[in-house]
Design a protein. Structure first.
Lengths: 430, 143
């Protein structure tokens, strides 16, 4: 007999703040989203994922594609990296040390934890290898451990760069290596106090000279005080050789994944925007990251829309705020970004894959899938297409939550799932 | 030590010790929340808002327990009108508005304002009224 391991239904629909809310169809996506009025009832609208095991089920992929779990029983896989020889590095862990400042933090923390895995932070890198190329990753071994909530990964200069929650480090790497030779070398310290948004995303310039680190804000909307926001909500440019850094872009609330456009060399980021302004505010976005650009946080969103929760405000900063390129929809929690390649098939050859962890601050859940954003002339263009779905079903059962996505140049998309602690691999059928 | 039971004590006797501590406690707690809100309103320093949120939470715990005592007192009162009812209603209003104020204070940063400050002022006045009525000295019966 197959024992059902469905957990008790966990649905916090606090209706006071959720009047007239509809599903994903009210979500404005694309370059010029129509933004509704701000709204917030006495309680924020919430719907928390109800974790359930995959069992025999799998995520849904487009026709002509297949999906397999290439690694399970991981310890919170977040981001992945495909090395030149095809080996996959998985960063595992959970960080953050934000104190609970208000009674709200205690209660909200408890409720949100219901939608996440109970597994402890791995704080390690796992290497997956498919030596014979049959699609089965027969080797699963720890490449390095005792890291501090590793997240962003990049490979350049024969080094594996890892963005821990407090420090950018590097491992010397030789092709075929399955275990780090020793402790990593420090490249640069990263802002780590409080770490309300602890993930440090990472990308490297094509020539390997500069590393870019995304550093999230230390609050939703400055409720931990402006002092806590020093060096936060920024993308840093770090010189790989010296470790010297400068803020490359600012006011970018939580840049959870960075990637270089393969043709233009332009840095792109997916960014998570602020909560508690209503179900259809504020859109998370995909944008090119301009050097010296200010993206509004905390004073305003999507250009010049002022957030009254930030006092005193700063009209000069509001006026300077850049409008992002492309809305992904509010509360989808985009956490993964990877540019595609021709090997992914014609329909998905030119564009970017985005992993969406899924919403909490919305009565009708959104996200919980991997989408494809088509590009034209190096810019996002057209409506997004669902690529991997089925992580959450209609009655709230949630089997997985996508985080990092990585295109394997051999023609596969690697998807880290931090609820099922699984790494999925989506391939084209031949 | 303990009060002697008389015919009118059920609605005239002041609350017991624990009840008194709880009821008297809400006054400084709600006052602290109000003062913290004023400080946040004037300084924009978020820590004052955090203080206000915790003081309110504490006040609500005290107020909720005191409300329970007040309810028992009301149920056991021989004459339901007058003092036990007035006291209960003041305390109930304090608790309900205080709870709304807690949710108001759960909003982020300046979203608390100005409604949080206004509510804190109203709730403080209500808590004073509740305590004023609830702790009224005995006016009759055996001492």
């Amino acid at each position: 007999m197959k024992r059902s391991n469905a957990l008790a239904f966990m649905s916090i629909a606090l209706l006071l703040g959720a009047c007239g809310e509809k599903g994903a169809d009210t979500q404005a996506r694309g370059p010029d989203p129509k933004l509704p009025e701000q709204q917030r009832g006495l309680l924020p609208s919430m719907k928390i994922a109800e974790p359930t095991a995959w069992g025999e089920q799998k995520p849904t992929v487009p026709e002509g594609y297949s999906v397999t779990a290439i690694a399970t029983d991981l310890q919170i896989p977040r981001q992945t990296l495909v090395l030149p020889n095809g080996d996959i590095i998985v960063a595992e862990g959970r960080g953050g040390s934000a104190a609970k400042l208000k009674p709200k933090d205690v209660i909200a923390g408890y409720i949100k934890a219901k939608g996440n895995t109970k597994v402890k932070s791995g704080n390690r890198l796992t290497l997956l290898r498919d030596a014979d190329g049959d699609g089965t990753y027969e080797l699963k071994t720890v490449f390095a451990d005792n890291l501090n909530a590793p997240y962003g990964l990049a490979f350049a200069n024969n080094k594996l760069y890892v963005a821990n929650q407090d420090e950018l480090v590097s491992f010397d790497y030789q092709e075929g290596q399955t275990k780090a030779a020793g402790a990593p070398a420090s490249v640069a310290k990263l802002p780590s106090q409080i770490n309300h948004h602890w993930t440090k995303s990472l990308a490297v310039s094509a020539d390997g000279r500069f590393l870019y680190v995304g550093i999230g804000s230390n609050s939703n909307i400055t409720e931990r005080g402006m002092e806590a926001e020093l060096n936060r909500a920024e993308v840093w440019q770090i010189d790989a050789a010296s470790g010297a850094h400068k803020p490359y872009a600012t006011g970018i609330r939580n840049p959870t994944a960075l990637a270089m456009h393969p043709e233009t060399g332009q840095l792109f980021s997916v960014v998570n925007e602020r909560d508690e302004l209503g179900p259809d505010l504020v859109p998370d976005y995909l944008t090119s990251v301009r050097e010296g650009g200010f993206y509004g946080w905390p004073y305003s969103y999507w250009g010049q829309n002022v957030d009254p929760r930030v006092q005193p405000g700063d009209p000069k900063k509001v006026a300077a705020a850049i409008k992002p390129d492309y809305s992904l929809g509010s509360h989808v929690a985009a956490l993964g970004l990877s540019f595609s390649q021709a090997a992914m098939g014609d329909k998905f050859a030119n564009g970017a894959f985005v992993g969406e962890h899924g919403s909490w601050n919305r009565d009708q859940p959104v996200g919980y899938k991997v989408i494809f954003v088509p590009f034209a002339n190096g810019r996002p263009s057209g409506q997004p297409i669902d690529f991997v779905t089925g992580f959450r079903d209609g009655d709230g059962k949630t089997r997985g939550r996508p985080v990092g996505v990585t295109v394997d140049p051999r023609g596969a998309l690697i998807v880290a799932d931090d609820l099922a602690n699984t790494v999925w691999r989506v391939t084209r059928n031949r | 030590m303990s009060s002697v039971v008389t015919a009118d004590s059920a609605y005239r006797s002041p609350p017991g010790r624990l009840h008194t501590i709880l009821l008297a406690g809400i006054v400084p707690l709600f006052l602290g929340a109000l003062l913290s809100d004023i400080a946040y309103y004037q300084s924009h320093q978020i820590q004052w808002s955090n203080f206000a949120a915790w003081l309110l939470a504490g006040a609500e715990v005290f107020c909720g327990l005191a409300l329970l005592f007040a309810l028992i007192k009301l149920v056991r009162a021989q004459r339901k009108g007058g003092y036990p009812l007035t006291y209960f209603l003041f305390l109930l209003a304090t608790f309900v508005l205080g709870l709304i104020n807690c949710f108001q204070h759960a909003k982020d940063a300046w979203a608390v304002m100005p409604a949080g400050l206004v509510l804190s002022a109203i709730v403080f006045v209500l808590s004073c009224l509740a305590a004023w009525v609830g702790l009224a000295p005995r006016t009759g019966g055996v001492q």
